[in-house]
Design a protein around this ligand. Structure first.
Ligand code: SAH
Length: 257
């Protein structure tokens, strides 16, 4: 017998068309949708069946969220837990999955477009350029949620890779100071901040580590933004010197002999 389960669905970054087809189908079939009201675009709730119940998880604690979902599962209902972006990134899903498992309830995760990808799309920017950076780091500055010592921004910065910082735009001055402290990024290193990527009021701020904090403050952005840092961001202004091998006419690969 299949375990009854909760579907954890990635809503995407905001634009309701950026949910996956599978996520949309789950929403359309749901009897109960528990959604993160602070970030999920409510326009997605228009997809629910008229009789479906919607619960904003913002005012609820973990036990209340789990109890609400478990009760509905127990009644044989289809339950969707709707998270912003992709559920696996700062989604706090593990504790929910564990608590449900303790009640004999399974979980299935349907991925979504995470904010870093939406921010890159907003800029029309590839994050991995040959000879520039082939590594993307998703991280955050320590806030109320602690970050392990080896992952403090000073350490992360030493890589000099393309960096996507979540949950950190309210601490721009500190972010910049810590990124510069390792020496791999310089004051001239390009940086961008995309706020509300894919929403109608999306804002894109571009600069360098030396001026991005001031620009962000001037624009009045204090939340719901991704900070992108790295030399790849210069490509749109300076062009790409090193083309990718993938489309190189002399490069043979599995699909083009
Ligand atoms: N699971 C989400 C992240 C949740 S944490 C995801 O995969 O995107 C919340 C943080 O995500 C915000 O502080 C911000 O840094 C980022 N974020 C979420 N939606 C965003 C958007 N539309 N534009 C820019 N940043 C966003």
């Amino acid at each position: 017998m299949n375990l009854p389960k909760v579907l954890f669905v990635g809503a995407g970054p905001g634009d309701p068309e950026l949910i996956t087809l599978k996520g949309l189908k789950a929403l359309q079939q749901a009897d109960l949708v528990v959604y993160a009201g602070s970030l999920v675009n409510r326009a997605l709730l228009a997809e629910l069946k008229p009789e479906a119940r919607e619960v904003d998880s913002a005012p609820l604690n973990l036990d209340e969220i789990v109890a609400c979902m478990a009760e509905a599962v127990g009644e044989g209902k289809t339950v969707v837990r709707l998270h912003t972006g992709d559920p696996s990134i700062y989604g706090a899903i593990q504790e929910q999955i564990e608590a449900l498992a303790a009640l004999g309830i399974g979980a299935e995760v349907i991925p979504g477009v995470t904010a870093a990808c939406a921010a890159a799309a907003a800029l029309g920017q590839e994050l991995t350029l040959p000879e520039v950076s082939q590594t993307v780091v998703i991280s955050r500055r320590e806030g109320r949620t602690p970050v392990p010592e080896r992952e403090q921004l000073e350490h992360i910065a030493a890589l000099g890779a393309t960096l996507c910082l979540y949950l950190s735009v309210g601490m721009m001055e500190e972010v910049v100071a810590e990124l510069l402290s390792a020496g791999a990024y310089r004051p001239e290193t390009p940086a961008a901040v995309v706020s509300k990527a894919s929403w109608p009021d999306e804002q894109r701020i571009e600069g360098t580590l030396s001026n991005i904090a001031a620009k962000v403050q001037e624009a009045g952005i204090s939340r719901q933004a991704v900070i992108l840092v790295g030399e790849v961001l210069n490509a749109r202004h300076q062009g790409v010197n090193e083309k990718s091998k993938l489309y190189d006419p002399n490069f043979v690969h599995g699909f083009r002999k």
